[in-house]
Design a protein. Structure first.
Ligand code: HEC
Ligand code: HEC
Length: 139
């Protein structure tokens, strides 16, 4: 029997989505699952270790900013609400993530570029190099 390779890809993706969804409803120890609810570019089932590494090394350090540059504080608790999309900087960061993925794919021929992967040729830091506005216009 000949299996359509496209079908295999669909099954593989469905499995990833399914296990990702299962991880949020299962009662597993917190280090095995994640509680992220609003990931649109990063894989939904990313480990908390990988996500933290991206937020700190790829975003905070590359842009020379703190978490609150992109993440808004919850009005009642005053704590950062990481899932909130209130700050425009978060939306811009998402589009920058997509742009960075695109540059690696199109111009550096990396097949499956992922933010945070050591495979990437161009990263946030390539342009930002420690500053939030590399064109000098933002401040
Ligand atoms: C340059 C902007 C930026 C900075 C700085 C940043 N983040 Fe994020 N963060 C994002 C974006 C964009 C997303 C959503 C990614 C996506 O949609 O895949 C996100 C998602 C998250 C999430 C997942 C929330 C959810 O439930 O969906 C957590 C947790 C988080 N960030 C924590 C942090 C922490 C902690 C810091 C500081 C150490 C930090 N972030 C710094 C842009 C940033
Ligand atoms: C090809 C170069 C380039 C890459 C790669 C890049 N950026 Fe940017 N980024 C810029 C430039 C230029 C600006 C300033 C734009 C402006 O002044 O509005 C900027 C601005 C930003 C801002 C501030 C926007 C604002 O107006 O408040 C954020 C947040 C940001 N980038 C996040 C990221 C993140 C996160 C990554 C990696 C996923 C990234 N960028 C990768 C060039 C780049």
């Amino acid at each position: 029997m000949k299996i359509n390779p496209k079908l295999l890809v669909i099954i593989a993706l469905a499995t990833i989505v399914f296990t990702g969804a299962a991880a949020t409803t299962d009662l597993k120890p917190s280090e095995e699952t994640n509680t992220y609810v609003n990931l649109k570019v990063l894989p939904k089932n990313i480990s908390s270790k990988d996500l933290q590494k991206i937020m700190v090394d790829d975003f905070e350090d590359a842009l020379g900013v703190s978490c609150n540059f992109c993440h808004a504080a919850d009005k009642s608790t005053g704590k950062l609400d990481y899932a909130s999309d209130e700050k425009p900087e978060k939306a811009i960061a998402r589009s920058m993530m997509r742009m960075t993925i695109g540059i690696n794919k199109k111009y550096f021929k990396i097949k499956h570029p992922m933010i945070g992967s050591t495979e990437l040729t161009a990263t946030c830091n390539t342009c930002h190099n420690g500053v939030p506005f590399p064109d000098g216009k933002g401040n």
